[in-house]
Structure formats: C-alpha cells, structure tokens
Design a protein around this ligand. Structure first.
Ligand code: ARG
Length: 567
C-alpha cells in the first residue's frame, strides 16, 4: 500500500557501491538534522571486510558514488560526514512515485492475516443511561475494530452488556412497588434509572428492601417466570435506546452477548475450576486465591450470588472456545484494572496459556468544565444530550460560515457527533479528557471539525480542478515539484501509522498523524497555487492533494468520523 523508499535507496546504493542491498536496507536511518541529508547509513558495519575505519569508508563511498552515479534517478547526492554517508534523495522522484502509487492503489487495506481479534467494547449497563463514561469505550473500541479490519484481521465486536447481577433484583423490587407501565414505556431508561435511585434512598430507612431484592435476583437466577419477564422487558427497552445512540455514532457490534448470556454456564464454569483445584472456601464464599500481591477472585458469595468476575471468566472461556481468538481486547476504563488483572490471572491459573493474549485496554475519564453540562442525580452526563448539543452548536457555526450549504442539518449532525468522537480519540487514551465546548468544536483547532473541514476544502478544490483541467489522472512525464515532498512522505507512512496504532491499541496515533497531515496540507495550500494555467503543474499538484484526501478520508473513517464532502 505504500512504496518502500528504503528499499529503493538500498538497491540503488548496492548497485553503485557494490555492497549488499539487504545490509544497506537494515542500516538506513534518518539523520537528526535534515541539513545533513534525508537519509544516512552509518559505515561502522563495513569495517570488517574493508579493514578501513568508518570515516575512510564513508568518504570512499562518497567519491565512488559521485564518479559512477551522475544523474541518478533515486539519490541525488551523497556526502560523507565522519563515519556517516548522508544521502539527499531525488525529491521529485519520491513525489512522483508515491503519487503514482496512491493514485493506482487507492488504499485498499491489507489482506487477511489469518488472525482473529475480539474486541469487547462499549458494554453499558442496562436500565442505566448511556453516560459519557461509556462513550470512550465505545469510540475507542469501534476505532480499534476498524483499524484491525483494515489491516486484514478477522474482527469480532462484542457488546458485553451489564444485564445481570444483584442490581436487577433491586430494580424488579422497585418496579413492583412503585412502577407504572405507562411511564416505563414513555422514557424507559431514565425512568428505570430513577426507580433504581429511589430504591437506594428508600432502602436506607427500609432495610427489608434489600432482602426483597436479593430474593428477586435469586428468582431471576432460578428462571422464575415473572422475574425473567420483567428483566427481559427492561433489557429490550434499554437495548433499543442504546441502538439509537450507536446509530448516531456509526458504531456496530457483531454480538450483543451481555453478562446474562453466561448465566446458564456459571455453575459448570465454577465446577471445572473446582476440579482443577484452584478454588477455596472463605467464610462461606468461594474464591480463587491469587497470591500475596493480589486480592483473591470472588466467584460466589455466601448467599450463592455469582459476580461480575465469575461471568467474565465464563465469557472468556466461551469466546475462546467459539472464536479461537489470537487476541482479545477489553476496552474498559482504568478503574477496572484490578478486575482484569484478576481475570487474566485466574485464566492463567487454569493453565490455559492464552491468557497472555488477553489485554485490558484502559482509558481515562471525561471531565466537563463546571456548569457546561447539567449532571443528573447519580452524577451522570447523558451522552444523548451531549450529542444533541454538539449537533446544535455545529449547526449554528455552519449558519454563520456557510449559510447556503445543502443538507445543513445532516452535515451539522455529522460534524457535531464527529467532534465529540474526536475529542475522545485525540490524546493518549489513558489521559483524562477535558470537555470544553469551544475547543471541541473549534474549526481551526485540533479537532474533528478541523479535519473534516480540511477534507471538504480539498474536495471542493478537486472539483474546481476538474472543471478547469478535466478528470484527474496520472500521466507519465508530469513536472512534479519537490514542494510536495514533506506531504508525500507523510502519505506514504500512513500504513505504518495504522500498524503502530494497532500494536499499541491506540487510535490517537492516527489522530495525531491526521492533524499533522492536515496542517502540512494547509500550509502547502497557502504557499502554492494548485490550479494555475499550466496544466502539467496543476495536475501534478492536484495529484498530491488527491493523495492527502485519500489518506484523510481513510484515516477519518478508521477513527469513526464522517468525512463530509462539503461543510
Ligand atoms: N458493564 C461494565 C461497566 O459498565 C463494563 C463491562 C466491560 N466488559 C467486560 N467484559 N467486563 O462497568
């Protein structure tokens, strides 16, 4: 998908200097200062065969090169500097080759690696509002999904809904006591959440409520008809609302297998762990001791209720059995670090080996500036309200900047939602995210709208090009200029950037790269006219710009942002 510049350099050097190409290839580096050259090879590695010192070798290479390689297509000039042989590439050649490649290949993505990655992301709790806390898991997970797919992995996205546990005993209790079907239907998630909050405040004075809740959960775990029916209703209503949000965010899942999915296999899971002999009893509870520096894993409480961790163990076993994954990622906030350490070490104790392939992918909090978003009881900022506000603000900016734009509302929604997504993906995920409206939506800042705006600007530029010079196409013999060199190096590096992001489970690596690319493009655009009377010049520059558009579009897509054509 990209051209291997180092390979071309080393083949070229190998021919001229009569040294092995593979050896050159492995030595090529970038000098600390571009004044020295674009690339360099340290000559220490050639001392053995020539029995000369490296500085001598470098200057011999320089002399030989200058003699033999006049008008070299790839390397313009070499210069020795102490033990280094510095090279100045033929920039026009690089620009042309990268542009040719991008134009012909159009970033198809890589082909199958044969590996399977499963990603557990979003995973909100039913009957609770979808808060901004789950936003980050959702957008980071979804971006990783797209990144791995692009790189040719088979990816499976799982929404591990929080749809099981003692809290549903509480909710059923509250609903049986105070609930109304009409209110439930009109605004289900908020209504259920309020019932849950009410349960807690009433339980302070009426402790029997807790017993009642425990008994409802136990009925649920024992397949009681009424408990199951109510729970099913809460779940369906919640999932329906979550799907509305996923629709707006452009996020999808292959499976909505939440915690409840594993409820029927929990006993067997526990049994097999007992058989292996890693469990022990402690005050009537069943645990797995995990050594001195970790709290034991609690599998079953003394009242027989199973736990979040028990269900995660069952889920991991099921997923491995079903999908034979090579890599399993859990995109969950950093407060759950201990939970995942316990989970993975239990799997390790079971002698499974593949626990090494499971990774917690943690991230920091989202913080709103004081007073910028109302928090409800329970201190939750509703994501839906954040998206609504972003979309409204985007619309008012568009009204001001481009009132004649077609499909204004659609564009505003795409820009608003993308601004929220990008704000979550812009920095290292482990960092907390500050949410400041003016920054999130600043069209000139380090934002989603800035990238989208750059993309739209290129789009209209290319349209104009077409009107004047006709279809864009790659022609041999075009007069490329060296001014696009910095940009094409970035373009050519796109695939490496995506690979790097996949290795670190870090979409922000792509975000930073796109910001860099957009700013390089903008300064290119400000200093060089793209559309001129000179057809060949215009075409060669437009092709560079086209490359930027392709990468920007693909990059935005990998982050889950919409690359609107106009804004
Ligand atoms: N529902 C959990 C929460 O909101 C997140 C679940 C993450 N996934 C998992 N397999 N534990 O905190």
């Amino acid at each position: 998908m990209s051209i291997d510049i180092n390979k071309r350099l080393s083949e070229n050097l190998s021919q001229v200097l009569d040294i092995p190409a593979e050896k050159c290839y492995s030595l090529i580096e970038t000098p600390p200062d571009t004044g020295f050259g674009d690339f360099a090879i340290p000559c220490f590695a050639f001392t053995k065969e020539s029995r000369k010192n490296p500085a001598q070798i470098a200057s011999d290479f320089e002399r030989l090169f200058s003699k033999k390689a006049k008008n070299n297509e790839v390397i313009q000039k070499v210069k020795s500097n102490g033990p280094y042989l510095n090279m100045f590439v033929n920039k026009v050649y690089i620009v042309r080759e990268v542009v040719r490649h991008v134009f012909k290949s159009r970033f198809p993505g890589l082909h199958g690696t044969g590996k399977t990655v499963i990603i557990d992301y979003s995973s909100p709790n039913i009957a609770k509002p979808f808060g901004v806390g789950h936003l980050r898991s959702t957008v980071i997970g979804s971006s990783l999904y797209k990144i791995f797919s692009f790189l040719g992995y088979k990816v499976i996205g799982i929404n591990h809904l929080g749809d099981w546990g003692t809290q549903f005993g509480k909710l059923i209790t509250a609903y049986k006591r105070w609930g109304s079907t009409e209110q439930l239907k009109s605004d289900p998630v908020k209504y259920l959440f309020n019932l849950y909050v009410r349960f807690h405040s009433e339980a302070e004075n009426t402790p029997e409520l807790e017993d009642e809740a425990r008994s409802w959960f136990s009925r649920l775990e024992n397949n009681d008809e009424e408990a199951g029916r109510l729970w099913g209703q809460f779940r369906d209503l919640s999932v329906k609302e979550f799907k509305k949000i996923y629709g707006r965010l452009g996020v999808e899942f292959d499976y909505y297998t939440g915690e409840s999915f594993y409820s029927s296999v929990l006993e067997d899971t526990i049994k097999s762990m007992k058989e292996i002999g890693i469990t022990s009893e402690s005050d009537g509870a069943l645990i797995v001791p995990l050594g001195d520096d970790m709290q034991p894993a609690l599998l079953r409480k003394s009242d027989d209720a199973t736990l979040y961790l028990t269900r995660d163990i069952a889920a991991a076993l099921y997923r491995h059995r079903t999908f034979h994954f090579d890599l399993a990622l859990y995109v969950v906030g950093s407060p759950q670090a201990l939970h995942f350490r316990q989970l993975f070490s239990v799997l390790g104790k079971m002698g499974l080996g593949w626990n090494e392939n499971c990774h917690h992918v943690p991230f920091g909090h989202v913080r709103f500036a004081e007073g910028s978003m109302s928090t409800r009881k329970g201190n939750i900022v509703f994501l839906e309200e954040v998206l609504d506000k972003a979309s409204e603000l985007a619309l008012s900016i568009i009204e001001e900047k481009n009132p004649g734009l077609n499909h204004k509302n659609e564009v505003a929604e795409a820009v608003g939602v993308s601004s929220v997504i990008f704000n979550s993906l812009k920095n290292y995920r482990i960092k907390d995210v500050a949410f400041v409206w003016d920054e999130v939506l600043n069209f000139n800042g380090e934002t989603g709208p800035y990238l989208q705006y750059t993309h739209a600007r290129i789009n209209s530029l290319l349209k104009k090009f077409k009107e004047i010079h006709g279809e864009l196409r790659f022609e041999e013999g075009l007069s490329f200029g060296a001014e696009g060199y910095g940009i094409v190096l970035l373009i050519n590096n796109f695939e490496n950037v995506v690979i790097h992001a996949s290795k670190e489970f870090e979409p922000s690596i792509i975000s930073r790269y796109l910001l860099d690319l957009a700013s390089q493009f903008n300064s290119f655009y400000n200093t060089h006219r793209i559309i001129t009377d000179d057809h060949s010049l215009s075409l060669s520059r437009a092709l560079v710009v086209y490359g930027v558009k392709m990468v920007l579009k693909k990059g935005l897509e990998l982050l889950g942002l919409k690359a609107v054509e106009e804004m």
